[in-house]
Design a protein around this ligand. Sequence first.
Ligand SMILES: Nc1ncnc2c1ncn2[C@@H]1O[C@H](COP(=O)(O)OP(=O)(O)O)[C@@H](O)[C@H]1O
Ligand SMILES: [Mg+2]
Length: 272
Amino acid sequence: MTQHTPHPNTPKVEVRRLSKMFAEPGSAKHTVALSDVSLTIGPQEIVCLLGPSGCGKSTVLRVVAGFEQASAGSVLVDGKVVTGPGPDRGVVFQEQALFPWLSIYENIVYGPKIRNQPREAYEALADQFIGIVGLRGFEQHYPHELSGGMKQRVAIARVLMNTPEVLLMDEPFGALDAQTRSTMQEWLLALWQTSPRAALFITHDVDEAIFLGDRVYVMTSRPGSIKLERTVNLPRPRTLDMLTSPHFMELKREILGSIRVEAHAAAGLPIV
Ligand SMILES: Nc1ncnc2c1ncn2[C@@H]1O[C@H](COP(=O)(O)OP(=O)(O)O)[C@@H](O)[C@H]1O
Ligand SMILES: [Mg+2]
């Protein structure tokens, strides 16, 4: 059998005219969460999705992950329609459920272990990740002994142990304080640089989106659709001084303006 090799210009992920409706319990009505959302993610691209609370960002990610079905439209990975979750896609959430009864090491190797991989197969990679997440010496500690930032690093390492081709992150730094968040952004980029892959990063923080992303999409308020797409023309590796570069400031001004209109609409407030 010949292997399925996608065309070099095929995006790794393609969201094609995706709509999503949720049934309202006890009524015949539906909530239209997403309406005609289209976006692409290249094989080594970080794409950030911005939008006001409730606009459907998480719903997009959940359909790409295969946790939710599309009501209309589709999601393709390597040109093949997504019908459910798969090991090609790894998901990181805002508040990560590390297993509190497992040590940091056991949390990190959880994926290969439940797949019954022999210890030799994952030991070296796990050791490398312990170093990358900055938790050497903490291997035998338990999640409650770690800070929020440390826990999110463990969570990301745990997902990467499964070597997903696509990384899906839903506001992974949303619960962290501003300083930790900034450190985590730099850390994530350094990690990504060691093994670039397709990534969808959801955030409501404009600075975070521009600093991390190759491209940024802005969504309208519910029903969510894509309102703006911008390419971030900043070289990699990204450095903190880029946060004040003219291109960064210009993009930020435009995107903030675009989101402000939607956030006011979502809150039912007039623009003043
Ligand atoms: N499982 C669900 N059942 C019913 N409604 C849902 C469900 N998930 C999300 N929604 C609704 O869809 C809309 C978009 O939600 P969500 O994707 O979580 O937005 P965001 O992540 O941008 O804050 C919201 O109005 C939300 O209440
Ligand atoms: Mg969300």
